[in-house]
Design a protein around this ligand. Structure first.
Ligand code: HEC
Ligand code: HEC
Length: 353
């Protein structure tokens, strides 16, 4: 039933986006749709026969169709205490890089919302890759890891950067294992974390430990309180922003428990977007996957700029504006941006806003 509803929403959204696009193509000078209001008054309802039939307030059923509060936990922290402690240590250990200079925490800083605040990140020699470092906070909830989803989970993902020639630069799995075996403090920690194994310092176990630690990185926010029934958890501007976010169609992609992270979508779905990064095409080889990326989670988004897969978008205002234009074919004004930005602020870890 839930799946069916969701599909129906996607279908109605797609036909909406299509018809909106047609309008703009036919009328270069802009008609009432092209230069439309910034979503303050009508959004997708009514006018387009869209999904919410002109409702201005979001009822509980609509909210539940789109969003889900964070679970209290996604790993048994007691049972996995030794594994998590080991993973936490590995996460911040620069000895996992070939010249002992960088760790996971260099690019995904835990005291900085899981990011480094740079468009792209310097590796062990200062060289940069082509993509922005996404936050590790709540990442374990995503359907897959990386902008293009090429790793299936956080356990698999963690093994990539260690051997990546421009990130941590270790020459081989064996070299990493040899290096860790020479560090005394790791012997008892791996033994404790992998009790049943004779030779616990194994490459894949590094991924298991770091992944277990990352599964603890959930950041409950005021929006979760709101979803759990505390109507006062959001102020008026935030509630307006939430309505606009849903009515405009942002929530057709940024939905679920992470407000993203659960599907792949093309950047430039309605208005083409310039980028040389072909995204998921590199993983699947499918023509239809060109410029397709995992929809990013919007949790802590006010703190994790710069934005987009290449870090080319400096401010959240610009990210919101570009999303409306490229994904929905809509021009939005300052009122829309202010309110949606206020709503997005309610997704920040409680106590760290
Ligand atoms: C030099 C900077 C750098 C280092 C060091 C680094 N990462 Fe990353 N990380 C990135 C970049 C850039 C991406 C995105 C790459 C892509 O999508 O192709 C990424 C992606 C990720 C993701 C995916 C998140 C998502 O939303 O899909 C996770 C999880 C992650 N890194 C964890 C780690 C862990 C664990 C380590 C240490 C073993 C680590 N990273 C080391 C830069 C770094
Ligand atoms: C059709 C799906 C879709 C719709 C609709 C959509 N987005 Fe996105 N959003 C994406 C994808 C895909 C990306 C990643 C784009 C990239 O990096 O190239 C993204 C990226 C973002 C980012 C930057 C995230 C980051 O970590 O860099 C923000 C902020 C954002 N969207 C907000 C919005 C808002 C606000 C709306 C409504 C006005 C919206 N999105 C509508 C799919 C969508």
């Amino acid at each position: 039933m839930k799946v069916f509803l969701f599909l129906a929403l996607i279908v109605s959204f797609n036909s909406y986006a299509q018809s909106n696009h047609d309008h703009q193509d036919k009328s270069k000078g802009g008609n009432q749709h092209g230069e439309m209001h910034d979503g303050d008054h009508h959004g997708m309802g009514g006018m387009h026969g869209g999904m919410h039939g002109g409702h201005h307030k979001l009822d509980k059923t609509t909210l539940k169709q789109f969003f889900e509060p964070l679970p209290a936990s996604i790993i048994d922290e007691k049972k996995n205490a030794a594994l998590i402690t080991l993973g936490k240590k590995l996460y911040s250990d620069t000895r996992l890089s070939v010249n002992d200079t960088i760790s996971c925490n260099s690019c995904h800083q835990l005291n900085n919302f899981g990011v480094d605040g740079q468009p792209t990140s310097p590796g062990y020699e200062g060289k940069r890759g082509g993509r922005n470092s996404p936050t590790t906070l709540n990442a374990a909830l995503h359907i897959a890891q990386f902008w293009d989803g090429r790793a299936k989970d956080v356990e698999e993902q963690a093994l990539g950067p260690i051997l990546n020639p421009i990130e941590m630069g270790m020459p081989s799995e064996a070299a990493v294992v040899d290096k860790l075996k020479k560090i005394d403090e790791y012997k008892p920690m791996f033994a404790e974390a992998f009790k049943d194994e004779k030779d616990p310092i194994q490459y894949k176990n590094i991924g298991k430990a770091i992944g277990a630690f990352e599964r603890t990185l959930l950041t409950p926010s005021r929006f979760d309180d709101f979803l759990n029934g505390d109507e006062k958890a959001l102020n008026d501007a935030e509630k307006r922003g939430l309505q606009k976010f849903v009515h405009m169609g942002c929530a057709n992609c940024h939905n679920g428990v992470a407000l993203g992270g659960n599907s792949y979508k093309k950047i430039g779905l309605v208005e083409p977007y310039e980028t040389s990064d072909m995204g998921r095409f590199a993983v699947t080889g499918l023509e239809t996957d060109k410029k397709v990326f995992k929809v990013p989670s919007l949790r802590n988004i006010t703190k994790t700029g710069p934005y987009f897969h290449d870090g080319s978008v400096k401010t959240l205002d610009q990210a919101i504006e570009e999303m409306a234009e490229h994904q929905l074919g809509r021009k939005v004004g300052p009122g829309f941006i202010e309110d949606v930005k206020a709503f997005l602020g309610s997704l920040t870890a409680k106590g760290k806003e």
